[in-house]
Design a protein around this ligand. Structure first.
Ligand code: B1M
Length: 210
C-alpha cells in the first residue's frame, strides 16, 4: 500500500516508474487527486529544492526528480481537469524567455483548467514576441506568466511594456507568479495580479473573469 511519504521519497530519489505506480495505487485506494499532488508530489519536490540549494543534489538528479513529478502529474491531470468542462475564459500561459522551469507552471495550468477555464500552454523559454503573437492570435482574457529565476523575472516587465507599445495592454489582463515573484514586484511592473501558488492562481483568474 502506497502512502504520501513514500511517494514524496520516490520524487526525491527520481524513481519515475515507482512514482507512477504509487500514484496509481493511491488513486485505486480512493485518495483525492489534488491531495496526492499537494501531500506527495509537491512535498517531495520541496525537499529537492532545499537539497539543491544546499548543494546536496545536482542538476541531473533534480531533473530525474522533475521528470518523476511530471509523470505523476500526467496521471492525475485528467482526473482533476474532468471536474468542470465548460470554458469560463481563455488563458495564455507560459514560462518566460531564458527560463526552463515548467512543473509549477504546468500545475497552475492544470488547476486553472480544472476550474473551467481554457488554457493555451505555450511551454517554457517563451519570447516576448511569441507571447505577443499569442495574444493577437488567441485573444485571451488573461496572459499568465511564470518565472522561477531572479534573472528571468525582468522578462515579465518587458512583456507588459511590449503589450503597451503594441496597443494591446487594455485587451488582456496580465498575472504573474513563480517562487521569486512577489505581490510588490507585480505592482512595480504594472501586472494586474499575482498568485503565490496554483490554488491562488485559480481564484485570481476566477475573480478577474467574474
Ligand atoms: Co532550478 N532553480 N535551475 N531547475 N529549480 C530553482 C528555481 C532554485 C530556487 C534552486 C535553488 O537554488 N534553491 C534556483 C533559482 C535561484 C534564483 O534565481 N532565485 C534554480 C537554479 C539556480 C537553476 C539553474 C540556474 C541551475 C544551474 O543550471 N546551475 C538552472 C536554470 C535553467 C533555466 O531555467 N534556464 C536550473 C535548472 C533546473 C532543472 C532543469 C534541473 C529543474 C527544472 C525542471 C523542470 O521544471 N522541468 C529545476 C528544478 C526542478 C528546480 C527546483 C528544485 C524545483 C522547482 C519546482 O518545480 N518546484 C527549484 C527549487 C525550488 O523551487 N524550491 C529550482 C515545484 C513547483 C510545484 O513549484 O515551480 O515554485 P514552483 O511553482 C509554484 C509557485 O511558484 C507558483 O505555483 C506553483 C505551484 O504551487 N507558480 C505560479 C509558478 N508559476 C506561477 C504562475 C502563476 C501563479 C503561480 O501565475 C501566472
Amino acid at each position: 500500500m502506497a502512502n504520501y511519504a513514500d511517494l514524496a521519497q520516490s520524487v526525491i530519489t527520481g524513481q519515475k516508474d515507482q512514482v507512477r505506480d504509487q500514484v496509481n495505487s493511491l488513486l485505486a485506494e480512493g485518495k483525492n487527486p489534488l491531495e496526492i499532488v499537494n501531500q506527495g508530489l509537491i512535498e517531495g519536490m520541496n525537499v529537492v529544492g532545499v537539497r539543491f540549494k544546499a548543494g546536496d543534489m545536482y542538476v541531473p538528479e533534480v531533473l530525474m526528480s522533475a521528470k518523476s513529478m511530471s509523470g505523476g502529474l500526467e496521471i492525475v491531470k485528467p482526473l482533476i481537469a474532468a471536474a468542470e468542462q465548460k470554458s469560463k475564459g481563455k488563458i495564455v500561459l507560459g514560462t518566460v524567455k531564458g527560463d526552463l522551469h515548467d512543473i509549477g507552471k504546468n500545475l497552475v495550468g492544470m488547476l486553472i483548467e480544472s476550474g473551467g477555464l481554457e488554457v493555451i500552454n505555450m511551454g517554457v523559454d517563451v519570447s516576448a514576441d511569441d507571447f505577443i503573437d499569442a495574444v493577437i492570435e488567441h485573444k485571451p482574457d488573461i496572459l499568465a506568466l511564470s518565472a522561477l529565476l531572479t534573472t528571468t523575472m525582468p522578462a515579465m516587465r518587458d512583456i507588459i511594456e511590449y503589450l503597451e507599445d503594441e496597443g494591446l495592454r487594455d485587451q488582456v489582463k496580465v498575472i504573474i507568479g513563480g517562487a521569486p515573484v512577489s505581490r510588490e514586484y507585480a505592482e512595480t511592473i504594472g501586472a494586474d495580479g499575482y498568485a503565490p501558488d496554483a490554488g491562488s492562481a485559480v481564484e485570481l483568474c476566477k475573480k478577474i473573469m467574474s
